[in-house]
Design a protein around this ligand. Structure first.
Ligand code: FAD
Ligand code: NAI
Length: 475
């Protein structure tokens, strides 16, 4: 006998598990199916984000930053560290514990919200009376019937042609989060978010890191001024970033990996490294869903085709997160999950794509929301911009981290904030105020008139807003 649910969610990443919880909160009977297994074969809900993405990468970023501070910056504070050592096994197992806490947290939340969880792979069997028949296979074997289906199957790392990940020498994000010994020479292909974050982790732990990037510009999605500053700072820290390269050949042996490439000047180059991280973007997960069998439409790149409300072409079948268009970010997946659950319940769920923040957790952190200066120039929209350096912020001086700046961009006529770009300490936290301001369609003057605690890094946001009107007080 198949089990009946109002909503079946396929995938328990940040998109899927949040959609399941929200649907359950709204009074629906909900099941969530997830295939991810931990090392012992047990369920590990949370998807890429929890298992091999956001959470473990931030755990390693934190540990490696402490190590770098202890080795290089504590002395500035008069703190002497003698006999500093690295227990990599412990550092990695701490990361694994953090992941497990998050997996367990999601299982607890499912219980609390009465979401029925199935550990296995979900696939469409077909349309039946009362909705869609979904087959679960793997550890759990079930036949479910759902009035509504939410596809939240996420994404997987993209490999270079003819260079599959072996996770020993040629690493995806998965292997790059679990290297057993600090490699002397580490190569990274792709200077995107993963390349910069994980490249930073291993550089801090002692690797010589060389990043090869195909694009001639660094972080083209970021504001040019911020990207330029980021390139300067990260290079100074020791990341070797080569832009505009063309990879011609990669050979992996038991000992090392040799990457042949043409550099920006057109010269043939060869890089020999102990390990190679390939972080050149991700591909949507749709294999095993039986998408073709039920006519679930995919685009030419394999993403599930959806409208702006995450509706697929099939009745009562929705798709969210990395498996559909838009930025591959956990908080974007979550927002879509909430909105879809609310739409199924007859409410007016909404996602504002203009105010989805981006963060790169390097040190300094880089964050932004809204439009860049270069995009506004291309659009021909008149704007004013104000910047404020952390060098002039008292809290940043006290912290001993004065790198970077805040930049606020506002409409030239109305003063509405169009974008905020930050490189500096705690940029990931500082951007939230700017997202709130943009959601309320605030003017730069609104931020400038708000009382910010002193001394705090957030005063740099206020000062940048004041600078839009050329009246910053501390610079
Ligand atoms: P996923 O998290 O990929 O989850 C999909 C789940 O569905 C998986 O558990 C998968 O096993 C399961 N699944 C797939 N097919 C089936 C099936 N047929 N049946 C059952 N289960 C199935 N984003 C941020 O916002 N901030 C960050 O700091 C950040 N850091 C990252 C660091 C790294 C190294 C990586 C790789 C990614 C990072 N991301 C970050 C991106 C973020 O992880 C993704 O955007 C997010 O996980 C997408 O969520 P999702 O729910 O769409 O899919
Ligand atoms: P990415 O899209 O951020 O960067 C990939 C980079 O590889 C690009 O700069 C691209 O030009 C380059 N590239 C592509 N093909 C290449 C080739 N053949 N040779 C050399 N360079 C090549 O993708 P990444 O870093 O793999 O991350 C995947 C996704 O995960 C991102 O979309 C991001 O949204 C998400 N993520 C988010 C994080 C965050 O929010 N802090 C952290 C890590 C990942």
């Amino acid at each position: 006998m198949s089990k009946q649910f109002d909503v079946v969610v396929i995938g328990a990443g940040p998109g899927g598990y949040i959609a399941a919880i929200r649907a359950a909160q709204l009074g629906m009977s909900v099941a969530c199916i997830d295939a991810w297994s931990n090392a012992k074969g047990g369920p590990a809900p949370g998807g890429t984000c929890t298992n091999v993405g956001c959470i473990p990468s931030k755990a390693l970023l934190q540990s490696s930053e402490y190590y770098e501070h202890a080795g290089h910056h504590f002395a500035d504070h008069g703190i002497e560290v003698k006999g500093l050592g690295l227990d990599l096994d412990k550092l990695i197992s701490r990361k694994d514990t953090v992941v497990k806490q998050n997996n367990d947290g999601i299982l607890f939340l499912f219980k609390k919200n009465k979401v029925t969880f199935f550990h296995g792979t979900g696939a469409f069997s077909g349309q039946v009376d009362g909705g869609w028949s979904i087959k679960v296979s793997g550890p759990a074997e079930e036949e479910l019937v759902a009035k509504h289906v939410i596809v939240a199957t996420g994404s997987s790392p993209r490999a270079l042609p003819d260079l599959p990940f072996d996770e020993k020498q040629v690493l995806s994000n998965d292997g790059a989060l679990a290297i057993g010994a600090v490699p002397k020479r580490l190569g990274v292909i792709g200077a995107g978010v993963i390349g910069l974050e994980l490249g930073s982790v291993w550089r801090r732990l002692g690797s010589e890191v060389t990043i090869l990037e195909a694009m001639p510009t660094f972080l083209p999605a970021a504001d040019e001024q911020i990207a330029k500053e980021a390139l300067k700072v990260l290079t100074k820290q020791g990341l070797k970033i080569n832009l505009g390269v063309k990879i011609s050949d990669v050979k992996s042996s038991a000992k090392n990996v040799t990457v042949k490439y043409t550099d920006a000047a057109g010269a043939e180059q060869s890089l020999v490294v102990d390990k190679l991280i390939v972080s050149i973007g991700r591909v949507p997960n749709t294999q095993g869903l039986n998408a073709e069998g039920v006519g679930l439409k995919l685009d030419e790149r394999g993403f599930v085709v959806v409208d702006e409300d995450c509706r697929t072409g099939l009745p009562n079948v929705w798709a969210i997160g990395d498996v559909v268009r838009g930025p591959m970010l956990a908080h974007k997946a979550e927002e879509e999950g909430v909105a879809v659950a609310e739409r199924i319940a007859g409410q007016h769920g909404h996602v504002n794509f203009n105010t989805i923040p981006s963060v790169i957790y390097t040190s300094p952190e880089i964050s932004w929301v809204g439009q860049t200066e270069q995009a506004l120039k291309t659009e021909g929209r008149a704007y004013k911009a104000g910047t404020f350096p952390f060098l002039a912020n008292g809290r940043a001086r006290a912290l001993g981290d004065t790198t970077g700046m805040v930049k606020v961009i506002a409409d030239a006529k109305t003063d509405e904030i169009l974008g905020v770009h930050i490189i500096g300490p705690q940029a990931s936290e500082l951007i939230s105020e700017c997202v709130v301001a943009m959601e309320f369609r605030a003017a730069s003057e609104d931020i400038a008139r708000i009382c910010h605690a002193h001394p705090s890094l957030s005063e740099a946001v206020k000062e940048a807003a004041l600078a839009v009107d050329k009246r910053s007080l501390n610079f």
